[in-house]
Design a protein around this ligand. Structure first.
Ligand code: TNX
Length: 581
């Protein structure tokens, strides 16, 4: 039987071809255990197919699980034309399984979604198991969240045409994009497979800088859809910077009245009303993604300073800023500004925290180069205290580790290089020494706004954006292989598996004017970061040395997922070294 497996566990899950020579699906991020049985009959999706949801526990869990099933069913209905009803199974608990018209027990033609204690490997909140074959599909998890993550694997096992016109993109209600693949008539089937999966790190994030260039709500919703496919569970919104303040604050209306009018290069302003932000939070929650709002303080504050003279050391509001320099602006630590500054800090942190159901509030702390160390530490103390007073756990860029009085549990976000630059390692360890943990975003591998280092080939060579978009300060351009080839536990001495809350890939938008630009920079490199965040560490070498990931296997799966990105209408750079189809 072993010989019949075309793919084994992570180390050997090389995609292969079925009897027709068609590529079988590869899944990104790679599951912990993944077997595809090419010789076994697949599960056919037909007009009879139902999704039967069997949820143990209270009615809320059942309702939530039905919601997850509905979100999976919608694009499948649209793409196949089949009814695909979602029904509560015998233990569904919502009354659907009894009386006349009650749901019959699961049949071989059904997708059965189970949510019950003990179903996920290790009972992990986000874990799931998946069994598929001719006698049905069984997707099981311990929570609705785990079920949702599992549906993203199931989605990747179905033909890419699932995502085409009328597919997942259309479920956002945003202009659906057709694709060349949408025309073809695919085999609606799930290959025979066994999957057991759970994430390596609890926090798997993407960051979008909506301050340098504002992105409207619909663009953020699209990006949420895209990162959900990769099982990311956090979207960090960089809401404020020198070039714009993008979130309405009732107590300080000119933050957006004045501070949201500009962006880099004068490309127009914009901001989120509180209802806009609530819409983003709700859409993210349906995908089990936590919104992490960032108010970048005390530096990166020209937009706020331009709106309120009383926040400035000299009492004079500066002009709006449309350049891309950093490190020139700061709140003031002067005694005569204390009252206004502390009122500002209390109001902005409270109002944003009130809008945010997630546990985190990111308060920046980076590149505060316009203050003395003494003033910086004084401001940090007041900023983090204001943040903690909201009840949220504070996150800060690693510079915030300079503060010896961080609120309990404060999380540090590391943005130096794979080889830590001056002081970054010490600053990062300070968070752990004070009881917190660390999010890793090493800029030379995880900053998706760095120019592509991959030499383009074929048609890609003619894509002028590869040379034009992005910055280069983080040790030059970054290749897909570099984004994939780093080990989170080997960055900062003393920061190992237990100290790492997770991994995040930021997109800064100084040079990025549209969602297409953002997507182009993020894809495919975000696939690499998502896999590092979710998939197990590669097995150590026989001599105990750190293992390396299988780049060849990865790029094959990137090529497979590329067809899906096309169908979703997600712009991406066809980097050299990937056998794009
Ligand atoms: C550094 S990383 C910044 C941002 C820039 C980015 C550009 C960090 C905490 N600060 O202000 O946008 O580089 O790559």
């Amino acid at each position: 039987v072993v010989g019949a497996l075309v793919a084994g566990t992570l180390a050997g899950c090389t995609p292969s071809a079925d009897q027709n020579g068609d590529a079988v699906p590869g899944v990104i991020p790679a599951p912990v255990e993944f077997e595809l049985r090419a010789d076994a009959a697949p599960f056919p999706v037909t007009a009879e197919t139902r999704i039967v949801v069997v949820a143990e526990g209270d009615a809320a869990v059942a309702a939530e699980s039905l919601g997850v099933a509905e979100r999976f069913a919608e694009p499948l209905r649209r793409a196949t034309g089949f009814a695909i009803p979602v029904e509560a199974g015998p233990q569904g608990g919502s009354g659907n399984g009894t009386g006349d018209g009650g749901t019959a027990g699961p049949a071989a033609s059904d997708l059965v979604f189970v949510v019950a204690a003990g179903e996920a490997p290790g009972d992990a909140v986000e874990g799931y198991t998946l069994e598929s074959g001719a006698d049905g599909v069984r997707l099981a998890a311990s929570t609705a969240e785990g079920l949702y993550r599992g549906t993203q694997t199931l989605r990747q096992l179905l033909p890419a045409q699932l995502e085409g016109a009328g597919g997942a993109r259309a479920s956002t209600g945003l202009d659906p994009q057709s694709s060349p693949q949408a025309a073809a008539d695919p085999q609606w089937q799930v290959p025979a497979a066994s999957v057991a999966d759970a994430p390596r790190f609890a926090y798997r994030g993407a960051m979008l800088d909506v301050a340098r260039h504002f992105r409207p709500v619909d663009d953020v919703l699209r990006y949420l859809d895209e990162i959900a496919l990769l099982k990311l569970n956090a979207l960090h919104l960089h809401l404020t910077d020198d070039q714009g303040w993008r979130i309405a604050i009732d107590a300080w209306p000119e933050l957006t009245g004045v501070g949201a009018s500009t962006s880099v290069d004068g490309d127009g302003g914009g901001f989120y009303t509180k209802d806009d932000y609530r819409r983003i939070v709700a859409y993210a929650a349906e995908r089990y993604i936590t919104i992490v709002p960032e108010l970048d303080l005390p530096g990166h504050t020209n937009a706020a300073l331009s709106a309120y003279p009383e926040l400035n050391a000299d009492g004079v509001a500066p002009a709006p800023y449309e350049g891309i320099e950093v490190g020139f602006s700061s709140l003031s630590a002067a005694p005569e500004r204390t009252e206004a500054t502390d009122r500002f800090l209390a109001d902005v942190t409270r109002e944003v925290a009130e809008l945010t159901p997630g546990p985190w509030l990111h308060l920046g702390g980076d590149e505060s180069l316009a203050t003395s160390t003494e003033d910086y530490l004084d401001l940090l103390r007041r900023i983090t205290a204001a943040g903690a007073a909201t009840g949220k756990t504070v996150i800060g860029w690693h510079e915030m580790g300079a503060s010896p009085v961080l609120p309990p549990g404060t999380i540090g976000q590391y943005w130096s290089f794979v080889e830590p630059q001056e002081g970054a390692a010490e600053l990062t360890r300070s968070f752990v020494e004070q009881g917190g943990r660390v999010i890793l975003s090493p800029a030379d591998v995880a900053y998706l706004d760095m120019k592509y280092g991959d030499v383009a080939d074929g048609a890609a060579a003619e894509d002028p954006r590869a040379g034009a978009l992005g910055l280069e300060w983080a040790d030059g351009p970054t290749t897909l292989a570099e984004a994939y080839g780093w080990d989170p536990t080997a960055i900062v001495r003393g920061i190992g598996e237990r100290e790492i809350l997770g991994i995040e890939a930021p997109v800064w938008t100084e040079t990025l004017r549209s969602l297409d630009d953002v997507e182009f920079m993020a894809f495919p490199r975000l696939l690499a970061i998502a896999e590092i965040a979710w998939s197990p560490a590669p097995a150590a070498g026989p001599d105990g040395s750190a293992g390396t990931r299988d780049l060849e296997d990865f790029v094959e799966r990137v090529a497979t997922l590329g067809v899906r990105l096309d169908a979703m209408g997600v712009d991406h750079f066809r980097v050299a070294g990937v056998p794009w189809r």
